[in-house]
Design a protein around this ligand. Structure first.
Ligand code: HEC
Length: 408
């Protein structure tokens, strides 16, 4: 009986703490919006963010979230902290700061860095006698905002790296500056795209799947196995995987269904449609972005989805929701050509990933829910001229047409 009572009191206390936390944080959404400059964000999104904070508080009350103390959690959850909390499984993945930090916060971080860190890490973070360089990715203790925050907060015992002994918000500002050092000095690719010089030949596409450093088609290779031959990650060490970087897309769509392509040190993604992005694989920095404005009234059964892209030469191909096949320059994201595959006014859209075979880019259509007649079509990779079209349902006079009675 006593145990039951204790369990009841504990759960009640936990729920109370969670509720108080949520209530305190959500005391005035309008205040919140104006503080973080989110006037354009929907109330629903703001509410989701509150409810996730409340869940974190509950987890903490139940003994979880060991990474942060109650005081830190409280400080970093306040709107003024500039920290965004996105719903996720780990606190590390959920805490987003450096990618959205304001110019003021970054400047404050840079100032602290000059006063407290340059003695060991060098003026521009390039390293010195007493500390390693910081203008690189692949930190020993992790590259996520939370990982760097913890190094600054606790220092690295047994080394010269001291605890910074600063309040959470100031620590975060320094984290933002450290991340800027990492991104700005990436030797591989810089924002602006000028460093990408992609050329994916038909032969390389044929051999796709044999080079584990690349993922060149939606399924990884023409055999469609969707299997990587990488062997470094095993069941025994998979638990040691750590977050290097996170890129959050500014979207109201809840899911990303696309498979990214990886080549030449870059990741090409069809982010929530109609949006294509090339990212530096090492840092997550955006190399270029292509955003397509599409009509609001498209015939879509199941959301604004896109499964991925195709690549050939220095062109990336996108099947767009508004029925177009779009060829983008893989090096800068500019449109090379676009051609209408099928019209949304007839119920068509494109959500699938195109596939390049030799000099043809093959694409299929969506719209079964709207009674369309499905087909595959191929286009010349260089010009966008249609080469052939194959109707998947036979027309009158064609073999098998008689099996489709009336409007079956
Ligand atoms: C007295 C010298 C010293 C000072 C001051 C110092 N650091 Fe360090 N720092 C080090 C050393 C040494 C290491 C390497 C620790 C190790 O071996 O894990 C390090 C490691 C780091 C790392 C982790 C790098 C990695 O690869 O994981 C970061 C991030 C960092 N320092 C940031 C800072 C910042 C920001 C400041 C200022 C607030 C600062 N340090 C001040 C000496 C210093």
């Amino acid at each position: 009986m006593k145990i039951k009572k204790l369990a009841f009191v504990t759960s009640a206390a936990v729920i109370l703490i969670g509720t108080v936390c949520a209530a305190a944080l959500s005391w005035h959404p309008i205040h919140w919006k104006s503080v973080v400059g989110l006037e354009s964000v929907s109330n629903e999104k703001i509410w989701q963010s509150f409810s996730w904070r409340a869940q974190l508080c509950l987890q903490k009350a139940k003994g979880g979230v060991p990474e942060l103390s109650w005081t830190e959690l409280w400080e970093l959850m306040r709107p003024e902290s500039g920290v965004h909390w996105i719903e996720g499984r780990s606190v590390e993945g959920s805490l987003v700061y450096s990618s959205t930090a304001s110019a003021g916060d970054r400047a404050a971080g840079a100032c602290t860095f000059r006063k407290r860190c340059t003695g060991c890490h060098g003026n521009d973070g390039s390293g010195g006698l007493h500390g390693p360089s910081l203008n690189r990715s692949g930190y020993k203790h992790g590259d996520s905002d939370l990982a760097i925050y913890k190094v600054l907060r606790d220092g690295v015992p047994g080394t010269a790296m001291p605890s910074a002994a600063l309040p959470p918000r100031e620590l975060m500002q320094v984290v933002a500056h450290v991340r800027t050092l990492q991104v700005n000095s990436s030797k591989d690719l810089k924002a602006g795209g000028s460093r990408l010089a992609l050329r994916v030949s038909s032969e390389r596409l044929q051999a796709a799947g044999t080079n584990p450093d690349e993922w060149l088609t939606y399924s990884g290779s023409y055999n469609g196995w969707r299997h990587s031959s990488l062997t470094e990650i095993t069941p025994a060490n998979v638990a040691q995987l750590r977050i290097r970087w996170i890129k959050q897309f500014d979207t109201n769509d809840p899911v990303i269904e696309g498979t990214p392509l990886v080549t030449g040190g870059a990741i090409f993604m069809a982010a929530p449609a109609p949006h294509v992005v090339a990212l530096d694989a090492k840092t997550g920095g955006v190399i270029w972005e292509y955003e397509r404005s599409i009509p609001a009234d498209l015939p879509l059964c199941c959301g604004r989805n896109n499964r991925g892209l195709a690549v050939h030469g220095s062109t990336v191909f996108l099947g767009s929701l508004d029925g177009y096949l779009v060829a983008l320059n893989a090096n800068d994201g500019k449109v090379i050509w676009q051609t209408l595959v099928a019209s949304p006014s007839d119920g068509y859209s494109i959500t699938g990933a195109p596939l390049v075979v030799d000099h043809s880019v093959v694409v299929g259509v969506a719209g079964g829910e709207f009674g369309i007649r499905g087909f595959l079509a191929a286009y010349d990779v260089s010009t966008g001229q249609r080469q052939w079209k194959f109707q998947t349902i036979p027309g009158p006079g064609e073999a098998g047409h008689e099996t489709w009675e009336s409007d079956a």
